[in-house]
Design a protein around this ligand. Sequence first.
Ligand SMILES: *Cc1c(COP(=O)(O)O)cnc(C)c1O
Length: 350
Amino acid sequence: MISFYPGPSRVYDQVPTYVKEAHEQGLLSANHRSPEFMELARSVKQLLHSKLLVPGDYKILFTSSATECWEIIAQSLTRQCSQHYYNGAFGKKWFGFAKAIVPSTIESSFEIQCELPSGNIDQKADCICVTHSETSNGTAIDLATLSELQKLKSEESIIAVDGTSSMAGVRYDFDLADVWYASIQKCFGLPAGMGILIVSPKAIERAEQIGDVEHYNSILKILENESKDQTHYTPNVLAIYLLKRTLENNPGIETIDKLIQSRYVTWEQIVHQSNDLDWLVSNVNCRSTTVLALKHPDPDSIKAKAREAGYILGNGYGPWSDNTFRIANYPALSDEETVALQNWIVATCT
Ligand SMILES: *Cc1c(COP(=O)(O)O)cnc(C)c1O
């Protein structure tokens, strides 16, 4: 069975080998204040900087999930309130978590066929929150829109980006935002259980001004531990090791981005030539290249047939579950697997 589910998703084939290595090296029992762990943490951060092109002055922090990052941003990085642009389930959940912490959180939902309405930034908001790739419906924000948002927002405010289903698959321009985060069970091709939070100098300055130290995951405590190559909690050392080994083994993000793009272009041709299939999101500028949401008259039958043929496709999400299914276009899927599914879809969907 090959999983094209958009998360948790296919993990790299080398994972079992790396798990064994971690065990043999004694890392699975290593204390997270030990020199061995600190060395591991340091090397993973260096690899993330070099492979994903994270600017040198941005700090890379380990968390337990993307969901945790939602709370960290609301607790430690939001002064008055945040404003949330969303058009799908994950963006909406983020808004909900922020609102539970800061009741005046601003909701700016928009239609999936429309580009993000960057013109209506609320001057009260000091943290603008967007979801780069909305895993639930296959929409995405292109980097030009992010750049526009950056120009339109007030000087003091910061931008936070949920990159959970695109980080490590899409080349970002990290300078366009102050906070980026993801968890590792999507484009990173690893088992779930860890998040990565990347913050700019401006976000760090903001955190220092706010001075939140009330929570176990207050960002100042996280940053203090980071400066010692440690973590604020007992971390998922195995996941950190798996991250190190997969990053070492993978090409840089420019190469991966090209690969993902070229597979996406083939998917576009396939959808274009098919009568059964169509994109949920018709506006190409708003389409994710890593999570594909496709309309089909009978998604249940296509998913069932796919399973018989050895492919797991993703369910449509929430309101789109009756007429769509989803396909992950993540780097851990091999060329052979991708081509095999593409051929199968061409043969099966008229
Ligand atoms: C999967 C996902 C999340 C949640 O990730 P967790 O690791 O479960 O916290 C958040 N945002 C997006 C866009 C996602 O795809």
